[in-house]
Ligand binder design. Sequence first.
Ligand code: ASP
Length: 439
Amino acid sequence: MLKVLKFGGSSLADANQFKKVAEIIKSENSRRYIVASAPGKRNSSDTKVTDMLLTCFKLASEKNPIDDIFEKVTSRYNGIIADLGLDLNLEEDFAKIKFAILNHVGSDYVASRGEYLNSRILAAYLGFDFVDAADGVFFKDNGTFDAEKTNAALKDMLQYHEYAVIPGFYGSMPNGTIKTFSRGGSDITGSIVARAVEADLYENWTDTSGMLMADPRIVDDPKPIAEITYTELRELSYMGASVFHEDAISPVKKADIPINIRNTNRPDDKGTLIVPKSNVVSEHIITGVVGRKGFTAIFVEKDMMNSEVGFGRKVLEVIEKHGVCFEHLPSGIDTMSVVVSSKDIKEIKGNITAELVKAVDPDSITLFENLALVAVVGRGMIRTEGTAMRTFKALADAHVNVRMIDQGSSELNIIIGIEEKDYETAIKAIYAEFVKSNN
Ligand code: ASP
């Protein structure tokens, strides 16, 4: 058994958290490769080290002094080192980083130092080797991640380290400069390492006990999701659930490695297991209900549309020309709706409508604004009759008017368009229908 573990910023925010992390790692010999984030927030009013470093970068580029804020960064690390009683001195690294910031190195280098320094401390505390991500995680010249070069390099490198700590979030460009993934990117590094060492499990340790069936800001005390497939996770994250970085799914998915989301502060909780395929029948038909506000549906109607070759393409071409991507495309016999993000078309609504009139000569075009989308997701829906009926009955009973329906071809989800004002009511009603009635 071989496990790769990633610890997020809140799990490594201070010495006390480091102690919990070490206890988790040391409790199993199979926990061999550890990917670490930069120190996160210790409380809600605290600032993440990554954000402080980016502030240093900004101040330096505006030719303002960075001493005060840089001092805050170094004292975060020195505090952790002292509280852990470690014999480790990072002053030389601090001086090098400060010099680099004052000499305007790239912002990615500056942001990445949060992970670099924290991993040095964690490696020293655990007695593990430190393996720099700059030597094993690679990007291409165009800035995209180089999956195959990275996989080969890490595989080769890590075989010489039985136990190692690797900083998350960054790698290097072909010319050797540092590049980071997008924010929250240590999840991606963890996934990449898991693939390279052919881990049996990728444990992603954070500050929640896995994913929840609904947003806890809307539903009181929603149930945790015990097991979920990669595809369901993708559907849930796309529609707004955020626990795990979206780009972190692909490397482990390629290698069929399950991911276990765990809570550093409650290590006995089982968390959520994300698997390629699930044979476990979930207690409820649905796995989760999520959604987002801020959509507009462009509703195009034309008699005999279905027999007009190229109609859909012409509509989409107009949208594409404006650089807008569509989210959904529900269509009827003589109607077609293109659902887009309201933000994306805010300034160009008039132009788009006018160009559509020119392109396809429709009978009518209507914009449904202030639309929210709700996705009911669940692998259990495929083999259960009546899921759609129950969903719509729950919405009708809660007096929510349904504006649009799109059942994904995977049959893993039903997406429903409603007015934004009904969003919270809809989520509560669907959750109650499937969870509270206990099936
Ligand atoms: N420290 C980085 C961030 O704050 C990356 C990470 O934590 O995953 O986004």
